[in-house]
Design a protein. Structure first.
Ligand code: NI
Length: 136
């Protein structure tokens, strides 16, 4: 049976600040650059959620894309879209909301809802040129 990867694109806007409380302003600026702005700033995040697995012989689907679309809406967009990640998302009150950490967060939100015989892969663009991938 053929193994196929299906993907759904999504989008959210969010504000963040990258910094460590235990570092000086100088060190935060030198490591995190503009992303350490104390007044926060936004990114237009582009998300690609991919699910790999065998094609169901009955439906011809790897996964029903309508179900995947709704899952992304409920688990990701409603949690992150138009939020200040550092302030409004519990996970990022104590964890830097880097693209890496956000990708892992999204994976962990979606993984319990995807069948165990399917592989899940998260691709997250923080800018059109910077993106990260996580698959567990
Ligand atoms: Ni940033």
């Amino acid at each position: 049976m053929s193994k196929v990867k299906v993907s759904r694109k999504a989008h959210f806007n969010a504000a963040h600040r990258l910094f460590r409380k235990d570092w000086s302003d100088e060190k935060n600026t030198s490591i995190f650059g503009k992303c350490s702005n104390p007044n926060y700033h936004g990114h237009n995040y582009e998300l690609i959620v991919s699910v790999s697995g065998k094609i169901d012989p009955e439906t011809g689907f790897v996964m029903d894309m309508k179900i995947l679309k709704d899952l992304i809406k409920i688990e990701v967009e409603e949690t992150l879209d138009h939020k200040n990640l550092n302030i409004e998302v519990e996970e990022f009150k104590s964890l830097n909301p880097t693209a890496e950490n956000i990708a892992v967060f999204i994976f962990n939100k979606l993984r319990p809802h995807i069948a165990l015989d399917k592989e899940l892969e998260i691709t997250l663009y923080e800018t059109p040129r910077n993106f990260v991938m996580y698959s567990g």
